[in-house]
Ligand binder design. Sequence first.
Ligand code: MLT
Length: 264
Amino acid sequence: MHTTLNGVRLSYSDDGQGPALVFVHGFPLSRGTWQRQVESFRSSHRVLAPDLRGFGDSDAPADAAPLPMSQFAADVHALLEELGTGPVVLAGHSMGGYVALAFARQFPESVRGLVLVGTKAGADSAEAAAARRATAEKVKADGVGVVIDAMAPKMLAASNQDAVMTEEVRRFMASAKPVGVIGALLGMAERPDSTALLAQIAVPTLVITGSDDVIIPPAESEKLAQAIPGARLSSIPNAGHLVAFERPVEFNRVLAEWLGQATR
Ligand code: MLT
């Protein structure tokens, strides 16, 4: 489905009925990464999965300006307003987690639970921010293949890197537009540190990490879970950064159990 919000045509899926459960993808991915969650939770929830502006089937803004996490959060909020969901359980993976934290800061009344997957609260170090800006320049010159080639091999745990899984990961990334990738790189480079927000999060929170995540190591998830009051932490074995895609059965079991207990 499509709708035009905040000046950009956004694509999203909307399945099932019940309490709203929203999945926000990471960088430079698309909502297809959540397919197995959509299939599993649509029998009990209204499951929404947007493609962020510049990614998947969503359009990109006209110019390559930084895309702050607050802009992505505002887009998700506008979508939920349009669809009349009321407060949601918001799940975000990696950059989607940065978006979820921005959303919790901007729209606390719209959140009834948070699921933070393979993500972290800290800002980029000066070196990390400089590296992102350099990558943005490379994308301007050579296209998004630069980022896909660099990131695709790191997304999965070594034990999950068969030809089919690896090809699918590249497919999730293939629809990213240059302006989206450049904007998100610049937006991540300048994103604020969300650490101070964590102690103020007053909704049930589940933190999930893949035990073998090399992009955002499990220690970051441990820090999140320690800082958010009452948060639950789950580390899923034999999974890398794309844990929900790599280990959908285990991931969905952990999420379903938590949804049943924490958000009923
Ligand atoms: C992601 O998977 O969304 C990105 O790796 C996040 C990041 O680069 O910080």
